[in-house]
Design a protein around this ligand. Structure first.
Ligand SMILES: [Zn+2]
Length: 148
């Protein structure tokens, strides 16, 4: 089978218009012929771009999904922020209350007090950094939206 004929069949191949026999014919030729194979691959890229362009036109449902997902993300983030703030309060005050006795007990070794306070401080710093990260991500997203 000659090249020209194969090249004509290639576009039908992508459109799914070929029967099994002709499909196999094209595939067999492509295995042996680098020139047609290149053409075949170029066509594949073109088809892919076309498909992506079609996907880029978002139907109504896609938009709805988009907004729902944004809402869910914001909701989750707000949840995280509230959770973090609450956790800081709980850990800082609750934790302090719990160790207050140990701290205020003069018989407790100084090193133990320092250790407990250091752990508490570390947890608070971690939570603060988590909150900051949440705010930072949100700011960056807003910036990205402005860019568009
Ligand atoms: Zn060929």
């Amino acid at each position: 089978m000659d090249h020209q004929k194969i090249k004509e069949l290639i576009s039908s191949y992508y459109d799914g218009e070929l029967d099994e026999k002709r499909k196999r014919l094209v595939e067999k030729h492509l295995e042996q012929c680098p020139e047609c194979k290149k053409e075949f691959e170029e066509m594949g890229k073109f088809e892919e771009v076309m498909r992506k362009m079609e996907l880029k036109k978002p139907p109504k449902e896609a938009w709805q999904l988009y907004w729902t997902s944004i809402y869910n993300r914001l909701e989750r983030r707000a949840g995280w922020i509230l959770f973090s703030i609450g956790a800081i309060i709980l850990i800082f005050f609750g934790g302090y209350k719990m160790v207050e006795g140990i701290i205020q007990d003069p018989s407790t070794p100084l090193l133990l007090k320092v250790g407990i306070l250091t752990v508490l401080g570390g947890v608070v710093v971690l939570l603060v950094s988590l909150i900051r990260e949440q705010f930072y991500v949100r700011k960056r997203e807003r910036y990205k939206e402005v860019e568009k």
